[in-house]
Design a protein around this ligand. Structure first.
Ligand SMILES: [Ca+2]
Length: 326
């Protein structure tokens, strides 16, 4: 079989697949005219499937690198400076949203800074084409079919077709939301009636705050903080007993939950700040092992993990937020 006939077969199979989900899209409320205007224009994109297959699978035996080099790269002077500028620029508009949601603005800004370097790069893959191709390929068909249908709902909601650009895996805009997340959680922060997370800072930060509220952010609690452990720190009873159903390898690195009062009684000392309330629960992480910087992590840290399930990501978001607000 020549390459061109293989492509032709892929395209025929791809179109047949799209038609097979038409009924479901319509039953979920997608306008027939929208489906029929978009689907026939799409072609299978082998590039996104290739990128999907290059994703490192979570392997229980792969070595975990140290956090310090990642931190140096992601919580760097340039990102801190741009974050402080964004914070100063949006402070007046975001104070109200912070008061309403309890999500500190520096956390919203740090997420934006980590996801797209404050909007510098948001991705240029056509979302319906990418998501339909990934759905057709089938490794995570249910997920990508849902997200493809969500892009059609966005069009029905008034989002221009040519705005539907993003990462190869379907995340888009300043906060890199998936289409289903946009439909559920994007918010209009500046009151013009549209949730514009492609070019509007206020809408973006309000949408991130809404995501965090939805994921259980608790007002008035820190995400976590660096601590110093005593020289003879007993870790024997701290290993977590439960396994998280979601990204277990990330959660495996956290100790059991203890109250702040219990951590203090064990000789733990916060670096550069006081203790939050005695009854606040936290787990301990030592990302680079004993003798290096350790962190106590509250339930709000889990909210950052909900956005992107990686300890390095969540620690850097928290530390960047601290630097922005300093
Ligand atoms: Ca708006």
């Amino acid at each position: 079989m020549t390459t061109s006939s293989a492509c032709a077969q892929d395209d025929a199979g791809f179109q047949a697949f799209l038609q097979s989900i038409r009924g479901r899209a319509l039953s979920e409320g997608v306008r027939p005219g929208t489906f029929d205007a978009v689907a026939p224009t799409l072609t299978y994109n082998p590039r996104v499937v290739e990128l999907d297959r290059q994703q490192p699978e979570a392997s229980p035996t792969a070595a975990i690198p140290n956090f310090a080099p990642y931190k140096a790269q992601h919580v760097d002077a340039a990102r801190i400076a741009r974050g402080r500028a964004a914070y100063a620029r949006t402070r007046a508009r975001l104070a109200r949203i912070e008061a309403e949601t309890g999500v500190p603005e520096e956390i919203m800004v740090a997420i934006w800074g980590h996801e797209t370097n404050y909007g510098a790069y948001t991705g240029n893959f056509d979302l319906p084409r990418s998501l339909a191709s990934l759905a057709y390929e089938g490794r995570r068909r249910a997920l990508f079919t849902d997200e493809f249908i969500a892009t059609l709902k966005m069009i029905d909601r008034g989002v221009p077709r040519d705005r539907l650009k993003g990462s190869w895996a379907g995340a888009f805009g300043y906060p890199q939301f998936l289409p289903s997340v946009y439909l559920r959680l994007a918010r209009d922060g500046d009151g013009d009636g549209r949730a514009d997370i492609w070019s509007n800072e206020t809408d973006t930060l309000a949408s991130i705050a809404n995501y965090f509220v939805n994921a259980g952010w608790r007002a008035g609690q820190p995400w976590g903080f660096a601590v110093t452990l005593p020289a003879r720190f007993d870790r024997s009873d701290l290993k977590a007993r439960t396994t998280s159903p979601r990204c277990p390898r990330v959660h495996d690195r956290h100790s059991r939950w203890r109250t702040m009062a219990e951590w203090r009684a064990r000789g733990v000392v916060p670096q550069g700040r006081g203790w939050p309330g005695d009854s606040v629960l936290a787990s301990l992480i030592e990302p680079d092992g004993p003798g290096r910087t350790a962190y106590l992590l509250t339930g709000n840290y889990r909210v950052i993990l909900d956005y992107n399930c990686s300890n390095f990501y969540a620690l850097s978001v928290g530390l960047l937020a601290d630097e922005i607000a300093r």
